[in-house]
Design a protein around this ligand. Structure first.
Ligand SMILES: [Zn+2]
Ligand SMILES: [Zn+2]
Ligand SMILES: [Zn+2]
Length: 464
């Protein structure tokens, strides 16, 4: 991610911030500019952007910013929308009467906004369900039911379901350990699930990509349910690291794609951030890896990205060890994995190049042919062991967390989520825990939005 500065006092500010730490200007993200802007109060709920690219335009805060404190995006003042582009994508939120759910909701939205930033930077189109009811992207954040009904994180035809327990650090770490995973993050879930979405958008029915995809990832038409059962019975092949980015990627070519896609996004975001900060590696021994190339990631070739990535991972892990923490980057990239990442890069580059005709979604004249739809199969994702009769229907008045999760202490009072070592304290980026409006059930977004209706009873979650 790029770095941002307060337009009022030039202080370094973060993507998640809502106030400048130094001059207390209101901050907000303007997706039209891909920039955090400082604002001055223009009265009547309107805010004048101080960003030089905005020409003093007026904005309003997203309802989920002004009222719910889970967002920091702005809306052009003349827009009829109450919710920003990011919040419009969320169809269902958790029951906010449960004490921790508001914090989980905040964390989910924060991860989702970072995902959206990277997608936009890569030139990938994100359409909401309002814009494209059939193929739009949408999210629902659900919690396990008190009757044992489990919410499976997954993707089904553009609808991404996240189990909000994944926003509970203790729960997520417990699952990560139980599953033997070296890496498990909320942001990683968002990246993985959107990988499934963009597979259906960019690859599945695209004659340019589908065969090269199969050569690298395998035949995605093999039965998903069987692959799943086999994976959870036998585990990953012992030598999986020679060909896959993760053990889970061995499960099925769909999952291999989604894992690889997620990893590509991770690399791009981290490199973008390090480049934006001007991070360089200039070792005394010139035979050691150096890093001084500052090509913007959106303009970089794949080889350029990889050349910069490897030295950076050494530093990431070394820094984390000095912090007494686990390796920040617990992965190895075997040559076949790099080849798959290169393929993801090519697909994204072609899709994101608006100067070229968009990759055809169907062969010429093929619009009459129905897209092949693999049989929908319940699709537990990396974090979910197979659970019989997986249901993701919203559940009313559910306990805050699943039975398997030990009680979690309430969040500390609003404080910085401290996503990174900050050059200055970051304030007021967490939502207030008190005074949450009471909703009996997971609801459509609380703002008076035109029509984000609650999601229809979800079908079993299929991975594509
Ligand atoms: Zn400032
Ligand atoms: Zn918003
Ligand atoms: Zn998946």
């Amino acid at each position: 991610m790029k770095t941002f500065h307060c337009n009022c006092c030039s202080h370094l500010v973060f993507y998640e911030n809502v106030r400048c730490e130094r001059c207390e200007s209101l901050l907000g993200y303007v997706p039209e500019l891909s920039e955090i802007s400082a604002f001055e109060d223009a009265g009547d709920g309107q805010w004048r952007s101080l960003h030089p690219k905005s020409d003093g335009a007026l904005f309003r805060q997203c309802h989920n910013y002004a009222v719910e404190n889970v967002c920091n995006w702005m809306i052009p003042a003349e827009s009829p929308d109450q919710l920003c582009r990011a919040c419009q994508l969320t169809l269902t939120i958790p029951n906010l009467s449960a004490p921790d759910n508001r914090v989980y909701w905040y964390r989910l939205e924060m991860a989702k906004r970072r995902l959206l930033y990277t997608l936009a930077e890569l030139g990938l189109d994100v359409k909401s369900r309002q814009q494209d009811p059939e193929h739009g992207l949408a999210f629902e954040f659900l919690e396990d039911g008190g009757d044992g009904a489990k919410v499976l994180t997954g993707h089904d035809n553009g609808l991404i379901t996240l189990n909000i327990a994944e926003a509970d650090d203790a729960y997520r770490e417990k699952v990560r350990t139980a599953m033997g995973e070296p890496y498990r993050t909320l942001l990683g879930h968002f990246r993985h699930e959107t990988g499934h979405y963009y597979f259906s958008q960019l690859v599945e029915d695209n004659p340019r990509w589908i065969e090269p995809y199969r050569k690298l990832f395998g035949d995605e038409t093999v039965d998903y349910g069987e692959a799943l059962a086999t994976h959870y019975r036998d585990g990953a092949p012992a030598d999986w690291q020679t060909s896959y980015i993760s053990a889970y990627a061995t499960m099925h070519p769909w999952e291999d794609w989604a894992e690889t896609w997620a990893h590509y996004m991770l690399i791009v975001d981290v490199l973008d951030t390090s480049t934006s900060y001007g991070l360089a590696l200039l070792p005394e021994d010139p035979s050691e890896p150096t890093l001084n190339d500052r090509t913007p990631v959106e303009d970089a070739s794949f080889d350029n990205l990889m050349k910069r990535w490897f030295p950076l991972t050494y530093v990431l892990n070394s820094l984390n060890r000095s912090l007494g923490m686990a390796d920040a980057y617990p992965f190895t990239l075997a040559t076949p994995v790099v080849d798959k990442l290169r393929f993801v890069h090519r697909v994204i580059a072609a899709a994101g190049d608006t100067s070229q005709p968009r990759e055809a979604a169907a062969p010429a004249g093929g619009e009459a042919a129905p897209a092949p739809t693999p049989a929908p199969t319940p699709a537990p994702t990396p974090e979910t062991a197979p659970v019989a009769a997986a249901e993701s229907a919203p559940v009313a008045d559910a306990p805050v967390v699943a039975d398997a999760v030990p009680p979690v202490a309430n969040e500390a009072p609003p404080q910085a989520p401290a996503p990174m070592p900050a050059p200055a304290p970051v304030e007021n980026t967490a939502p207030p825990v008190e005074g949450a409006p009471v909703n009996d059930v997971p609801v459509a977004n609380p703002a008076p939005v035109p029509a984000p209706t609650p999601a229809p009873a979800p079908a079993p979650i299929a991975p594509q």
